[in-house]
Design a protein around this ligand. Sequence first.
Ligand SMILES: Nc1ncnc2c1ncn2[C@@H]1O[C@H](COP(=O)(O)OP(=O)(O)OP(=O)(O)O)[C@@H](O)[C@H]1O
Ligand SMILES: [Mg+2]
Length: 1047
Amino acid sequence: MYMFSKSLEERCNRILRDMEGSLTARDRVGIQDFVLLDAYTSESAVLDNLRKRFNENLIYTYIGTLLVSVNPYKELGIYTKKQMDIYMGVNFFELPPHIYALADNVYRTMLTETNNHFILISGESGAGKTEASKKILQFYAVSCPSTKLLDNVRDRLLLSNPVLEAFGNAKTLKNDNSSRFGKYMDIQFDHMGGAVGGHILSYLLEKSRVVHQNHGERSFHIFYQLVEGGEEDLLRWLGLERNCQRYSYLVQGECAKVSSVNDKSDWKTVRKALSVIEFSESNIESLFAIIASVLHLGNVTFVADSQGYATLNNSPEIHWLSKLLGIPAQVIQVGLTHRKIEARSEEVLSPFTVDQAVYAKDALAKAIYGRTFTWLVNELNESLANKDSSRKTVIGLLDIYGFEVFSVNSFEQFCINYCNEKLQQLFIQLTLKSEQEEYEMEGIEWESVPYFNNKIICDLVEEKFKGIISVLDEECLRPGEATDMTFLEKLEEKMGGHPHFVTHKLADQKTRKTLERGDFRLLHYAGEVTYSVVGFLDKNNDLLYRNIKEVMRQSKNAIVKHCFPSTEPDSKKRPETVATQFKSSLVGLTEILMSKEPWYVRCMKPNEGKQPGLFDDVLVRHQVKYLGLMEHLRVRRAGFAYRRRYEIFLQRYKPLCPDTWPNWKGTAAEGVECLVKHLGYKPDEYKMGRTKIFIRHPRTLFATEDAFEVCKHELATRIQAKYKGYRVKGDYIRQRQAATKIETCWRGMKARREREKRAWAVKVIKKFIKGFMTRNQPACVDNTEYLAFVRQNYLTRLKENLPKTVVDKNTWLTPPPIMQEASQMLRKLYTRHMVRRYVQGIMTERKAQLQIKGLTSSIFKGTKENYPHSVGIPFVDTRISEEDIHIKVYQMIRQERIKYSVPVVKYDRNGFRPRFRQLIYTGSAAYLVEEAKIKQRVEFNNLKGVSVSTLSDNFLILHVQCEDIKQKGDLVLQCDYLFEALTKLCLVANKHNFIKVVQGSVKFDIQPGREGFVDFKSGQETMIYRAKNGHLMVESTRTKSRAMIQN
Ligand SMILES: Nc1ncnc2c1ncn2[C@@H]1O[C@H](COP(=O)(O)OP(=O)(O)OP(=O)(O)O)[C@@H](O)[C@H]1O
Ligand SMILES: [Mg+2]
């Protein structure tokens, strides 16, 4: 078995299990579907099941999809909102039978198959048809999608009921709220399932009830509601008293009060409904004026005058009639007591006898009420109409009078029962007959079910020229004295021998006893009914004298005016009889129903006494029979619950099988075969006909439907994905095109910019070259820009390449010719700036140092060759620390305060031998020290001067004042820190100009009167030696001239 079919079976089982689980013990009483009944051919078994369930308050039972309902005559609490929610979207067999389940299934089938449906609610008077139709309507009101607009339609649909019931329902012996008209209501749905409109057709209102009611019955509710509930003002305006007993039309049945009916509150409901349905206030006024005028009319009485003609004796009624209908009293008076007859092409008024006048009055009352009822239905339709022309599907609700048998049955019962015969015909055609014919046509093996075809009875009633209606019409129309009895005779003549027709005359001995002379009996499919012919002709004629119609046409009451239009065919031509009209309306109804899918609700009453909890076997058995339940059950059992044309079935379920999805190549039948095999249908579960597949059990179909439901989502997802993909791809392509376009534009723009830039560059370069070529000419158009550029460029570059220090003399950008002068000025400025910055930045100590160096510079700059080398070497306080001076020496000169010491080489004045000595300055003298010995002390006062050479040697000669021969002469010294030592000497000795820079040789005193010479010259290397001439020769290497320049 396929995977799928396995899951299908599992699902079926699960649903069945759930269903079992959700049912309480009470729910399981009997069986919920007669199809499951073993003894399905036994009426008793059916009855037993109904009784069992009824005793547990289970009023609903299925026969397949047909719903059987038994009136409980009590509130069961099964019509709550919660119950509605439970039944929404649930398969038939998953919950206990309910009218909501049926309503929901009809609705969903309509939505999925987008076709029209009707629910035929049948059953005898008081069986619960109207209640059932209301429950269905309420279910849709709750379960259908809701919007503000739809809610408006919904309210109108719901509220049309109390209005129609007020005007068309009455208390009868069988039912306190018996519908005295047939009603077919279309509810229109849009493709989303929203109720968008409605239409009502009404059939044959029992007008006679306005003027006459049987004992224990009432007229239409609205009269009692108005009298009991009408506001004081309104009643006063209408000239009414709050007492039903005052009105003869309301007390014919002697039961104006009914305990189960609350006229007062019903009045309020109706008033409210009329405003919701948007009846205008003036229309509502006119409407009540008519109701009141009927009551006044009923109280009109006639007395015979001396000639025996009718005259009116109570003028107040005429006064009110005149006021309410807006017709002059006199006109009414004449209209009620005369008729117009034609006498030799002349119209004359002929007075009525009292009887005739009463008859005419009643006829008028019936006509006014009947026509007003028709007007009311039209108004309701106007209010329910959906004006937009989009496609709609409909669900029709047919709540039509049930089969009726009273002790005395008249023309009304004849029509009602004829209507039921027609509906039975329809039922037979739609189910029994068509079902069997279909099996035959489709070549399905089939056990034929015997049923009674009531066509013979329908023909008996309606057949052209031969039927009862034809005979009745003929009798009504023929000239001469036609009476109800002559009509009966005609019937006997024509129908004699018909198996379904009997009269006293035609009956056998036994039957005759049960028949009166004026009776005829029809053997209806539902049972025998004996009709009394009394009144048949009159009721069929429904005559209203021409002059009274003319009177009505004068009315100022808008509704009456509308109901008696001047365009009405002239009375010379006979209007269609009531029976014929009814016959045609039934033909119309049959046509309406035949074009739709049927669903059935069969209502039954459990007893005649409106008693809760009482189950009358005989009564119910009778209903089981005439409602055709047994035949229906047999057909259901033998047949198949579901059938569909192959094409439709395949079209719907093809996604369930990979071979049939998305398209099946072969014939539809083969496709279906393949599909059901894939779904795992068992051979006895289905049959393949010529054009259709037949499925035996609903559960098989439901399981398939469930699987489809699941699959639909997957498909939807796939389609959605594909569509999204398609959309996104489209978006992508568009975006890509857009991107390319933007790119193209962008590139174009960039290229254009580039081109412009290049053109500009060419111009600039050209200008630049021209400027370059003319740079040395006086400023002109060609070179101004170039020169500006050169200037700017030079200044910018200069800014980035400025010398870092004042001593950096090399870093200065060579200026272009036009900037020579500016460059020089800038250089000067910048140097000054650097100097200032430098000067501002130096500390006091350093300043002092520099001042000393400045002194050095003032002495040696430009005079001594090796001076520049010394510039960078900072001066120190001393070159020999005090510790390195021999202690003895130190103690000797300490009080003079040592200012500076430096190591020197002393050359002997004789022989020029070099000796290492320390040269120490104190506050007052310079000492030449050898270890612990002071070799020579030169007081500063005795220091005549100091000589140094211009060359790069380190020699200094101290010239000493020498008066004494014992005194040592000048000192020839060599000092590595020459400049430092000399500068310090100047400072310590406070002598500034005593240093002489000498070129060539320096003469010095060896001792007073004896001179020596030191010669200086430049050589390849530094050499100090005694020259042949006895001079000390000091050769020094030449210092590079660059250094000289820089310093
Ligand atoms: N489902 C129900 N639950 C409770 N009471 C019900 C139910 N159905 C019918 N009844 C009772 O039975 C009464 C008669 O029902 P309803 O008016 O629907 O009968 P009907 O079949 O329309 O009769 P008719 O042919 O005379 O119009 C209702 O007024 C109500 O009291
Ligand atoms: Mg009813």
